[in-house]
Structure formats: C-alpha cells, structure tokens
Design a binder for this molecule. Sequence first.
Ligand SMILES: *Cc1c(COP(=O)(O)O)cnc(C)c1O
Length: 851
Amino acid sequence: MKALRSFAVRASLPESLSALEAIALNLRWTWIPEAIDLFRWVDPDAWERSEHDPVAMLGMVSPERFAELAEDGPFTSFLATLEEDLERYLREPRWWNNRSSESSVTYVAYFSPEFGVGEALPVYSGGLGVLAGDHLKAASDLGVPLVAVGLLYREGYFRQQLNTDGWQQERYPALDPHRMPLTLLSDGDGMPLKVEVDLAGARCVAQVWRANVGRIPLLLLDCDVEENDPSERSVTDRLYGGAGGSEHRLRQEIVLGIGGVRALEATGHGCNVYHSNEGHAGFLGLERIRGLVTRAGLSFAEALEAVRASTIFTTHTPVPAGIDVYTTDLMERYFSSFAKECEVSFDDLMALGQSTPSATEAPGYFSMALMGLRLAGRSNAVSKLHGDVSRAMFCELWPDVPSDEVPITSITNGVHTATWVGPEMVEVLDRHLAPGWAEGGSVQWRQLVDIPDAELWRARERARERFVYFVRERLLEQQLSRGISESEAAWTQEVFDPGILTIGFARRFAQYKRGTLMFHDPERLKQMMLSSDRPIQIVVAGKAHPLDDGGKQMIQQLVHFASDPELRGRFTFVEDYDMEVARVLVQGVDVWLNNPRRPLEACGTSGMKAALNGAINCSVLDGWWDECFDGRNGWAIGTRDLYDDPDYQDKVDASAIYNLLEREIAPRFYDRSEGPVPRRWVERMKASISGLGDFVTAKRMVGDYVERFYEPAASQGEARSADNWARAKEFAAWKSRITECWDDVSVLDVEGEVLAADVGEERSVGATVRLGRLGPEDVAVQLAHGRVGASGELIDPALVTMSVGDRTDGVCDYSGSFTARSAGLYGFSVRVLPSHEELISPMEMGLVASA
Ligand SMILES: *Cc1c(COP(=O)(O)O)cnc(C)c1O
C-alpha cells in the first residue's frame, strides 16, 4: 500500500548526545577517522547495516542504547572532544583568512552534476564526482568561501553485482533523503524553499537540500515534490538521466544550471564567481545573462561580457564523443521563450553552442562544451597534456589562432589528502610532521625522505595486510550473495598473500582505459603470478557503463580468468567499485597500474591517491603522469610515441608492462639483500611520495583555482558591474566595433635584415599595417621571433610588442627589435591582434591578422 502522505522521522537523541547529530550532519566526518570510531562505538552492527551512513544509523539505534551511552563517561567525553574539534574547525581562521591580500571574492558558486563526498551520499558515478567532492573538502580546509550546487537523485548511482557468469548486473538503490546527512531548506515562513524552472512549457519545481562538507554548503536540487506532474517529478530520478536519453539529460541540466542559480539567489548566497565543473551546468551562464537583461536592462551582448568575466569552465573531456550535444529541435522546444526573455533571437542563442555561426543554418547540434567555453572568460583542462588535447580539440572556436595559443589553460587535478591517506600512513605522517597536516596545514612532503626506511616499509606492509583482509571479506560476501554456500566459498579466505608484490588496477571499464591489456599474454602473466621466488598478485575493480556491453565483456573476461582455480588466489575482481573500495585499494597495493590509450586520460586521479599512500605508479605517460613522471618516482609504460594501429599499440604497451614487471618491479621489490627491508623499493617509494606529495593534493589544486581564476574573475566581474555595468557595456560595444571592422586589418609589409647573425645580435624590424577604421589603441602589433622548424613554423616564438609610428589614411608604421636567442635557422614574423585592457586573453576574440 502506498502512503498517502509522508513525513520525516529523525532519531530522538537524549539531550546530552545531541552533538552526535551535529557531527553526523557534517560530512567532515568522512575524513576524520576519530568520528568514524565514534559512530562505530555507538553501535558497530548498525554502523555496518547502515552502510556507513551515520544519519541512517542513528535512526536504527534503540532508545535503550542511547540511554546507556549517555551514562558512559568515556563515550561522552570522546563525543565532547570531537564536538569541540568540529566547532574549532568551522570557526578558526584558515589559509584564506590568513592571506595578506584583500580579496574581492564574496562567494564562489561551484556547479557539478555529481559530487563524490562519501559513500553516504551516493550522488556520484566516478572520477568527475570524486574530484568535485575533493574540491569542496580542500576548499573547506583552506577556508575558501565556496558554495556548491548539484542535484539530488532519487536513486543513487548503480551498485554493481556480477552474476555467476561474470556479467554485470545493475541495482539502483533508492535514496531516502530523510535518512541521509541532508537538511531540507526552508523559506522565511518555515515552508520548504522552492525554485521553479520552465521545461518546454511545463512548470517544474525543485526543493533544495543542504549537505555540509566541513565549511562548505552543498545545495542539492530535488524535483521529487508533490506539486510536480509525474514527468517533472522524475527529472532528478537518476544521475545523467538513466536511460531517458538526451531530452532527459537536457531537462536535468536546465534544473542544475538555471534552477541552481535561482537556488543561490533564494538562499541569499551573494556569489561573484561561478565555476562550472564540466559542461553539464553550463546553462548557469544563460540564466545569469537572463537576469541581467530582465532586471538590469543590459543587452544580451553586454550581459554576456558581464557574465563572462566571472565565469569559469573546466573541461574534463578528451574526446568529442564525451560531450553533451542537443539537436536544434530539442533546444527550440526548451529555449525559444528563454531566448525571448534574453532579448536575443533563438538562432543567436543556438550559436553559442555551435562551432561557426553559419552552422545555425544547417540542422546543427548544440554543444554544451562550446557554450561553456563561450560563456566563460576563463577555461581550463585538467592536466598539462589534456590542455594540449583540449586546445587542439576546440581550436575550431578560434579558427585563426595557432592551436598552442587557444585560450584554454590547464590546472592539474589533485586529491584530498585526509580522505585518501590510509591510517598506517597517517600514523607515520603524524609522527614526522607538524600537527594539522591533514587539514591543510603545511606538509613538508620533502622531509619524508628522512623517515627511517623500516618505518615506512612497516606501514606499507600493514596497509597491504588490511587490504588482503578486506578483499577476502568482500569476496566471501560476493559468493554468498550469489547463493554459494559458506563451505564452497571457503577458498575466499585464502586468496592473496599479505607478503607479496601487489598490483592494483581500478577504474571505469571504458574501452580507452584498456582494462584487459595486462591479459594480452595470459600465459606470461600467469607465470609471473605463480613464480616461486617473485610472485605477484593483482586486484581489479571497476564498473562498466550500464549501456556499454563492450565494457561488460571486459569485466567478464577478467572474471573468467580469475575463476581459474590455479589463479584465484593471485587474481581477484572486487565488485562495486566506489569510494570505499577505492580507499582500501589505493592504500593497500604496492603498484598502481594505469594503461589508458594515450592521450585519452584527461588526468586520472586514482594514481595520485595511491602515490600519497606510498604505492608506486606504473603508468602510460598520459594525464597527470605525463607531467609528473621524472624517471625516479615510478615507472613509465612505453614512450610518448603513438602507433596508428591500435592493436599494435596494445601489443607494444602490454609487452612494456610485462618487461617492467619482470625486469624492474619484481626484482626491486624482492631484493632483500640488505635485510628484511627492500631498500631500493623504499628508495623509490620515498622519491614518489616526497616528490609528488605537494603537487598531487587538492589543496594545491584549489589554491591554483583561487589565485589564477577565482580572484581575477571576481575583481574583473566587480569592475565590469560598477557604475551600472559601464565597463561591460563599453567593452561589448568595443568588441562589436572590432568585429565589424576587422576585415580592414592586414599586415601590408614587413622589413628586416635576413643576413646571417650571431647569437645575441639585435635586429630591427619595421612593419606597415593597415588598420582601416580602427585606431592604434585598438590593436597590438606583435613581432614574433624564434627558431624555425622543419615546416617553416616558428618554434615557441618570443613576442615583442611593436611601437607605433607614422599614420596616414588608416595605414600605420610599426617598429620593433629582437635579439636572436639561439643558433641555427632563425626567423621572425609580424601579426596584429585586438587589444583592450578588458580582454582576458589576447586570443579571446579569435581575431589575428598575420603577415
Ligand atoms: C578516484 C576515483 C575515481 C577516478 O579515478 P581515475 O584515476 O580517474 O580512473 C573514480 N572512481 C572512484 C570511486 C574514485 O575514488
């Protein structure tokens, strides 16, 4: 029978234990081991049954048990300590407050379709969400004023279970927000706060839940409310719209982007920086434009400049197929009246998501990524290499701009230290570092080289042992859940050996990640696993997309391999990869293997988690590893050279993995010639942790976003809005004039000596430039000089701004000089770019006139 009406019932805690609820309701407990000890102390069984969700657990505990705890001195004093610790964390000044400079940031709004904060809030599917969760945690530790916006799905991301044949089955757990670490926001009258969006003529209402991630509020919009019709009610049913296809996803993205901005307004968060984590939330820019057009009377173009200054877009996609695109028809149904409100034609609105304006005539697609790039003044990729990939992928937006100057920069991802570093390593770090290291205090990772080898090795061994017990338990559960009897499953209690070299591989089973590469030569791998003097064991985990049969086949292949009775003690597939499994794996294994097809891994953060725990990376030079590998801190699989034939590439890379394992990795691990501690292994561990520690943290990442993006975006946004948006208006008018007159601009003539010169010799160059209707103040004329490559191109040219001389009839003389910096074939050229102090990048308009 269905309930006619429902209401929330929360656990009734005795007054003296009320701090328990406060601690449970702030997700900071997910990275504070003592808080987890506290919950386990309340009721270890309920803690397990609740799947580590303290709010759900508190609802399961009996009043008698609470009464008992209220009388339990050690418990109440432990509780008081943790309560105090939380209050101190929320109150005390942090990095942000201790910086000398005045910041113009009021609040940063961080939008993402998924957030991986912890297993208790399963609104994430993988890397993108976990990264967003780590971003919030690090922002909290640093004290950055940030508010996050996402969606609350009625069903969590799928749980993976394999059938007896190794085929992935998906189960979507129903989420009950009343039993989760969430509070429903209410308006001034105590009624639930609601925001509304229009979905192709239908009214869709969303209520707003709030989770606390340390100091950071995370607002989650939820369309499952009574006043919605069933079809609007189901907008937030599943992450990425489940099987509802493209329209369903568009509806979610409208609620996230447009509804999200409205939710921030309704909750009174005065944000002046907006950051879209991937393209899904991109409509936030449109909604802000609409607000400025309807409320402040700006034109669409003026509003666009006002919004761009304070919008940040991060792309995580290395392939066009990964980008959301919508048909014109679909967009028209959802955005034609929105365009009217913005006082712009629907075609002009569509053009934001199309590569060239002319594409509007074709039955084109609307790309969320292209719109993201156009609406954001600052855009970035998530590793250096991914920056190259993204600049090449999106260069169509700036057709005249050399691909390496496309205005997309990179900020490499990082991971939240306290979330990912395991207890064994924490103990070592606590002993050797200043207190507070886990919460954004300064960590002198370089000092870790001074830690005695034996101590570090001991931590490694203990973490591996804990991992082995975890795997055995998980395997047993997996077997029992398939209906296998306990006695038949007894073998699970003997898999893995806590003392042998352990390789971990865990990630989504997408083709490009090549999850079965290491099985390219199963016989060779088997020999390594079963070697009598240098055995290895391998653990694999990961989910395949529910619609990706290829990914499921890969998993099945692995499971079949793992069922070989000879091998099952050395090779295991752990089901249901989530943050909990990820933690145990990155903390327990010795080597973290990653073999994507280069350059398709945008960043890859799991290897960073492993590195902080003393596991050593063995990876293709892709994503973050391409910029971090230094020859001593791990191993590189293959080289940066790519082959056209993917099968051949697989063969080469697989054989590189085997060679590394046989010749480098296993010999180093098993070299005990100097006693029980493998010195040369620990040496490499130390090189890895001490060299990578500073760089791979989310603290470094968020610091980069603050300094390179958030602060300049806030001050520029504020400046553009001053005096009734005077600068935004002036800049929009200037841009429109430049665009209109750019055809006039050309470099007519360049003069300069081309006789051989010595390094260091100065050369003068003169240029005649036609500016037509534009003035010298509208442009910058640049002299580029550098070595000349094989096809005549300037390699990494240096740029000199030329000075303006005489001007007649729209034609100007320019002069400049340079010194040749290196021997060999040297060259120079001249180009003209628009120039204005409001331009965020000289290339933002995509206009370049070259000689
Ligand atoms: C860290 C993490 C990821 C991201 O891993 P990649 O290295 O990008 O493959 C995905 N899923 C979970 C559960 C994680 O913890």
